[in-house]
Structures are given as structure tokens and as C-alpha cells.
Write a protein that binds this ligand. Structure first.
Ligand code: ZN
Length: 300
């Protein structure tokens, strides 16, 4: 073999070995530094949050956007968030949770389930006769996605080995939305994610009645991150926000939405508690990565 060919072969072997070594280092790093990622996607006026556990399993909390008389906006919004899902390496949606059946929380679900297979649909207790909601349920049945209705106290381990769990904190058992003080918003599923010392409270659109019930339930509401209820509306109790005392408060609200979300009083109350407030419609999508203790934020 000519000297030059030998040299080239040696170089190729060295480059290949370097790749293998880097891959090993990355794998060992992930093994010893399990990381959970949370994407709070900017979907305009609505909500879409994706959790990716260290084992790669995914859980979607809501996926919807409000339409102000412009049909087709869902497709446009989905086109914007699909590259973000790809960036996180999402290949399937293991669990889809819809906090309550309002379009701004579910109308992207049929588009996303066309792109990604889903295993479990964690359905809200509320019902809705709207054709769009019925079609979400039909899509789940047709794709043989198992449906489980949410129940107080249920716990789901997305990654048992690395200790990533979700617990249902509300609504209480036996309530019927639209009856007495339980509006459909107050009947939203409220969920707590735990991963080491890190926690997230996903609070749907619960208003004052739901927040009061949570406060009286005696459950530990403290959380590192608060997915602020009802797009940061004025129906947020300062006592509730104080009980959560988040380091980061994420508000999913569209830029210049007609509802005036988020309410200045809610943003000010969160800031008084020392929270960093992130509004998706103003600052864009937010990616949070955590090892269960420390976390970092990246705007996307
Ligand atoms: Zn909403």
C-alpha cells in the first residue's frame, strides 16, 4: 500500500474512533445526568406544553389555539411548532392530556396525532358536544389509543427509573362541570410533575373556585414552575400564587388577544413573589431543561 493511502486510512480510522469516543461520552453523560425537557410552545392564544423525560417518553399537556374568525389557523400554528418537536427528538406522543375540552386546549391534537402515534389519551372529566371535541375522541378510538378519564390522586410514571411522575391534584371526584360553582374551567385537570427537587404545576384554566378548592385540599402546591392558570387572567388568587411560589411563571397567551390576557394584576402578583414571568405571545416559545435540581431556560 502506498504511503499516502496508508496515511489516509489512518486518518479515517482516527476520525471514526473520535466519533465513537464522543458518542460514548454523550451516552455516559446522559446516563449520569438524566435531563427532562419542557417546551412551552407559542401557539398564540391557547396552550401547548410538551414534556420529554430522560428515557425519551413524552407527555403533551394541551394543544390548542384560539381562532378569531380565521379558519386554518390551527394548521399554520402546527407548522410552527412541529420543528420544535423535531428539535427535541419527538417521534411519538406517549401520553396526551387535555385539561378541559375548550378548543384553545385541544384543536391542535388531531393534527399532531396525524404526525405522531399516541399511546394514551388522558381525558378530562368535562364533556363538550362540539363536533371538534367529538372528532378528537373519535380519532383516539380509531387509532386505538387507550383513553383513561382523569381521576383525583392518579399517578403516572413517565420515567420510573429516573423518577419523573405526574399526579392529579384536581378536580375533586364526583363534580359535574357547569353545576353549582364548578364551571368547565374550574373542572380543569390540575397536574403536578415531580423530578427530583424540580416540580411543575400545570393548572389548566382553573379560576377562583378551583383555586380555592386546591388551597383547602391541603395538597402541597409549591412548584418550581407554574403553568399559570387561565392564560394569566385576572381570576388568579394572590393566595393561590403565594402557595405555589414559583421561580418561573409561564403564561400561555397570544399577543394582543381580545381577552386582555395576561392581566397586569396577575403579572404584578407573580413578580411580587420574585417569579420570572414568561409570556409566550411576547417572548416566544420557552424550553426548560432540568437535571432535577438545576434548570436553564432557552427562548426559541
Ligand atoms: Zn384556555
Amino acid at each position: 500500500m502506498a504511503e499516502r493511502t496508508k496515511k489516509t486510512v489512518r486518518q479515517i480510522v482516527l476520525v471514526a474512533l473520535a466519533f465513537v469516543a464522543i458518542k460514548c461520552v454523550v451516552e455516559v453523560y446522559h446516563e449520569f445526568n438524566p435531563t427532562t425537557s419542557l417546551l412551552f410552545a407559542d401557539v398564540g392564544q391557547g396552550r401547548c406544553i410538551l414534556v420529554v423525560a430522560p428515557n425519551g417518553k413524552t407527555l403533551l399537556v394541551d394543544a390548542g389555539t384560539q381562532i378569531y374568525g380565521q379558519e386554518g389557523r390551527e394548521k399554520e400554528t402546527a407548522q410552527r411548532i412541529l420543528p420544535l418537536f423535531a428539535r427535541l427528538g419527538v417521534r411519538r406522543l406517549d401520553v396526551i392530556l387535555v385539561t378541559h375540552p375548550d378548543k384553545d386546549h385541544y384543536n391542535l391534537v388531531p393534527i399532531l396525532t396525524k404526525e405522531f402515534p399516541a399511546s394514551l389519551f388522558w381525558s378530562p372529566i368535562g364533556e363538550n358536544s362540539e363536533i371538534e371535541w367529538q372528532s378528537v375522541k373519535a380519532a383516539m378510538t380509531n387509532s386505538r389509543t387507550e383513553t383513561v378519564v382523569v381521576q383525583l390522586g392518579q399517578r403516572l410514571w413517565l420515567d420510573a427509573r429516573n423518577g419523573v411522575s405526574f399526579e392529579v391534584l384536581a378536580p375533586p371526584a364526583g363534580i359535574v362541570p357547569k353545576v353549582s360553582e364548578w364551571s368547565p374551567n374550574d373542572a380543569s385537570t390540575v397536574l403536578k410533575l415531580r423530578f427530583g427537587e424540580f416540580s411543575v404545576l400545570f393548572a389548566g384554566d382553573v379560576g377562583e373556585a378551583g383555586q380555592r378548592w386546591l388551597l383547602n385540599s391541603g395538597v402541597d402546591l409549591r412548584a418550581t414552575i407554574l403553568d399559570v392558570p387561565h392564560h394569566g387572567s385576572k381570576h388568579n388568587l394572590e393566595t393561590f400564587l403565594r402557595a405555589v411560589r414559583p421561580k418561573i411563571a409561564v403564561i400561555s397567551a397570544g399577543r394582543q388577544n381580545p381577552f386582555g390576557h395576561p392581566a397586569p394584576s396577575t403579572v404584578e402578583a407573580l413578580e411580587r413573589l420574585g417569579a420570572i414571568v414568561w409570556v409566550t405571545g411576547e417572548q416566544g416559545s420557552l424550553l426548560i431543561r432540568t437535571d432535577g435540581r438545576n434548570f436553564n431556560l432557552t427562548g426559541l
